[in-house]
Structures are given as C-alpha cells and as structure tokens.
Design a binder for this molecule. Structure first.
Ligand code: GAP
Length: 446
C-alpha cells in the first residue's frame, strides 16, 4: 500500500456498522445498554485478533533466538504499582463542569475553563488516577486492595530473575507477552481506540547500557516491518520523537508511532528506552538482587531496557481502517475489506454453483473438507446466487472464493476436477486443479 486514499466523510460510522453487522466487533454488554470503554470481539473479530496476535508471537518471540515468552497474572502484588509510581502518578488531568456535572480530560479540550458540552464553567483541575482498583480475598479492608494491571510490562520485570535463573540467557535478550490491561480512562472514545479494558503486546528487551542506541534502532526498524506485515497503511503512519517534558517519567527516549485515524493523528504504538528504571526500583523495593552477571567478562550490572509496546485493539483499528475500501465492480458500488491474506479472518469460501444440485454440493463438500484440514479459517457459503456470495465475502475480506461448477464434474472434459478461484481485489477468476488448490492458497496466506 503506497498511495494514501482519503477516508470517506463518515468513515467511522461505516466501519462501526460493518464491524457489528458482520460479526467483528460489538458494543460490550450491549443488551444492558453497554459499558463505556468496553467492546466485545465477535467470531470474525476474534479470528482477526488471533491472527494478528499469532503473527506478533511468531515474529517477536518464536521467530527469534533472543526472546522468551511470558504469561504473567493480571493481578499483582500492589507493591509492584507502588514501586513503579503508578499508584501515586498514573493519572490524567480532570475537571468537572459546575453546571452539567460531566467530567472531562482537560488536556484533550481546547478551552480548559469551559464545558465542551453545555458551555458551563469547568471546576478546578485535579489529577485522576487511572488504576482500576479491586479487592482480593475475603477481607474488605485496605490490606486486600489490589489493581488490575495498567500495562503488561511489569509482569515481565518482576519475572526477570526467574527467567535468568532458568535459562541463563546471554545479553542482549528480551521477554515478550500479550495480554489484557485496564485503565480507568476519563473519556473512553473513538470506538476501540481508547478503551478501559484493552490488550497489549509488549517486549522488554534487556541490554547493556552502552548498547541501548543500537537496540533502540533495531526495534524501530522491526516495528516498521511489523506495520507492513499486518497490512497497516505505512503512508498513514508517522514516527514522532517525544520531547523532554512530554515523556513518561521512566523514559530517556520515546518514539510514538502515530496513525492517521479519521478522528486525527494519534498514538498507535510506543517505543521507549526505559533505562534501568524498573529493574533498579524493583530491586530496591523487593530487596531481591535483580542484577545480571555476565560470566564471560565477570561483570555484574542492572540491565537497561528497550520497550516496544503494541496496543492490540489499536492494531485492529488501524488494520481495519487500512483495509476498508470502496470501489465499483461491474456496475455496482462495493464496500470491502482488503486485508492481507495472512490476517484475513476467513481465508477461503467454498461454494457449489447451485445449491439444489446434489452432485455439485457433494463435490464442493469434498473440496471444503480437504481444504479445512490445513486451512481451518474456511467458510462454506451456499446462500443466494454466486454474485451475492462474492460481495458478502468481499465485505468480510475473504481473499479467495472457490466455486465448484459443472466443469468440475466433467461437463467440459479438459476442465474436469478443476474449480474457479476468484480474487477478492480484482474480481478475476482462474481455473485451478483441485490437486493444486491447497498449496496455491497456503502460499498466499503465509
Ligand atoms: N508499557 C508501556 C505502556 O503501557 P502506553 O503508551 O501507555 O505504554 C502502550 O501504552 C500502548 O497500549 C499504546 O501505544 C496503545 O497502543 C495501547 N493503549 C494504551 N492505552 C490504551 C487505551 N486506553 N485503549 C486502547 N489502547 C491503549
């Protein structure tokens, strides 16, 4: 994708509607009126999300010899968050309108003195902590307070010593994990952009202090490769160097990867040099030595850390927005998702040309069953006429539609045991032998 097409004026409405109608994303707890800041992924959204997560894991954990996978608990000892400064300082500025009583995040509104909804005067600004508190155990006093993690990162820092003791990794090496995180955002908004329950995919990459710039650059390049791999439009993506006063308290250098959403250019991912902040703090607070011993040179030091952090929900949004395409095919307008085949939730749809011809249905079932073994993200589709099926599959981004017709059965002898394969983007069809079909599709979804 090189050329940047403008979004249609009502892009978000169109995407939200398609996502609900076709089973990608639903409002959380919808039948009870929803719960702000939560969304539920439906069957196709879950498939898309799992594909993205699996590609991430393959690219950044299984595909590298210097990475170790993790899956830490969402609930952690509250001292973790006291040590990192989250309990005291993970906050956004908030003001309440003196008239309508609505609350706003003041760094997101133009005039910090006036209510953006009713025009009333805004009250004094205060810091609102975004940690979601919960009670763990049977005691309902302050001793049982815990927090739902606001980032997956700390699960990796607190397990640093465990992994080093089990695997004795050579420096540099990293830990990677995917999982839920929770933030009591003041104003969740823009569909799945700003959520209260979100999912992250994070790497904590440990280096010697002298090596941090090289590693930072390596991860900057890797993040761009990732953006291309999942089909996020690079022309809409921008690297923004975060200035001294604006970085998180733990970071000495941060690049935000921003994406041009229909509602403005905003953060997609972050890449931060966290120095030795986290391991040093946890070492001090827990009294457990979290230094690393380099046996080769007999050196002992607290490693420094480079952190590429990817929001999974924002990845979903950027992938969906990059894929959303409107064109005209034949004589009629078409709305479809031009996913890269490797992320598409359904890779191939199989149809008999006519569903009331048992011999066609039987042959199509045979082809479907054969493909399903190696390509589980497959759909049987015999609803309506072939043209309508193609449009429905285009709308959910299925790259290939396979149709079994009378030629497959031998009506034209030279076409016996071949099927038509239709390409989503061009609408072109070609005939392939059933024997070649599986490898043809597997080759393109890699
Ligand atoms: N461990 C570092 C960290 O958590 P962050 O910039 O606060 O850094 C990392 O979050 C990524 O998580 C963001 O770049 C974004 O993709 C995602 N993210 C953060 N807050 C989010 C929210 N409220 N809703 C959806 N995604 C969010």
């Amino acid at each position: 994708m090189t050329e940047k097409k403008p979004y249609p004026a009502d892009m978000m409405e169109k995407l939200v509607s398609l996502a609900k109608r076709r089973g990608f994303i639903y409002q959380g707890s919808e039948i009870y009126g929803g719960l702000a800041g939560t969304y539920d992924y439906g069957p196709l959204g879950t498939a898309l999300k799992n594909n993205i997560k699996n590609i991430w894991w393959r690219m950044f954990v299984d595909g590298r010899d210097d990475m170790y996978g993790m899956d830490a608990s969402i609930l952690m000892n509250p001292r973790v968050w006291e040590t990192t400064g989250h309990v005291a300082g993970f906050a956004d500025p908030l003001s309440e309108c003196t008239k309508c009583k609505k609350r706003f995040r003041t760094d997101q509104i133009e005039d910090r003195t006036k209510c953006p909804e009713c025009g009333g005067a805004l009250g004094p600004e205060r810091q609102f902590n975004m940690m979601l508190k919960t009670q763990v155990g049977a005691m309902e006093d302050s001793s049982s307070i815990s927090y739902l993690r606001p980032e997956t990162a700390q699960g990796m820092f607190v397990n640093f010593k465990n992994v080093v003791d089990s695997f004795h990794p050579k420096m540099p090496f990293g830990l990677g994990q995917t999982g839920k995180a929770f933030r009591n955002e003041i104003t969740p908004r823009d569909f799945i952009f700003r959520l209260r329950e979100l999912e992250q995919m994070e790497v904590e990459y440990f280096v010697k202090e002298s090596d941090w710039q090289r590693a930072f650059e390596e991860w900057r390049v890797a993040m761009n490769t990732w953006i291309d791999t999942v089909g996020i439009d690079r022309a809409r993506t921008h690297e923004v160097e975060i200035g001294d006063g604006d970085r998180a308290h733990y970071s000495k250098r941060t690049i935000d990867f921003e994406f041009e959403y229909p509602f403005g250019q905003k953060e997609l991912y972050g890449l931060a040099y966290r120095t030795d902040f986290d391991l040093s703090r946890h070492s001090e607070a827990s009294k457990v030595d979290l230094s690393y011993r380099d046996e080769e040179v007999g050196e002992k030091f607290i490693p420094h850390c480079i952190e590429p952090s990817f929001g999974l929900d924002r990845t979903m949004l950027a992938v969906l927005l990059s894929a959303y395409t409107e064109d005209t095919m034949g004589d009629s307008p078409r709305e479809y998702l031009k996913f890269h085949p490797r992320v598409a939730p359904i890779k191939v749809a199989v149809s008999p040309l006519l569903k009331n011809k048992p011999e066609l249905v039987e042959k199509a079932r045979e082809v479907y069953d054969m493909l399903k073994k190696d390509i589980p993200q497959i759909m049987w589709d015999d609803n309506g006429n072939v043209g309508k099926r193609y449009r429905r599959q285009d709308e959910i981004g299925t790259p290939f539609c396979v149709t079994i017709d009378f030629d497959t059965l031998g009506e034209t002898p030279e076409h016996k045991d071949t099927v038509t394969v239709r390409d989503r983007d061009t609408g072109n069809q070609k005939r392939l032998s059933i024997g070649d079909l599986k490898n043809y599709i597997l080759e393109q979804i890699k």
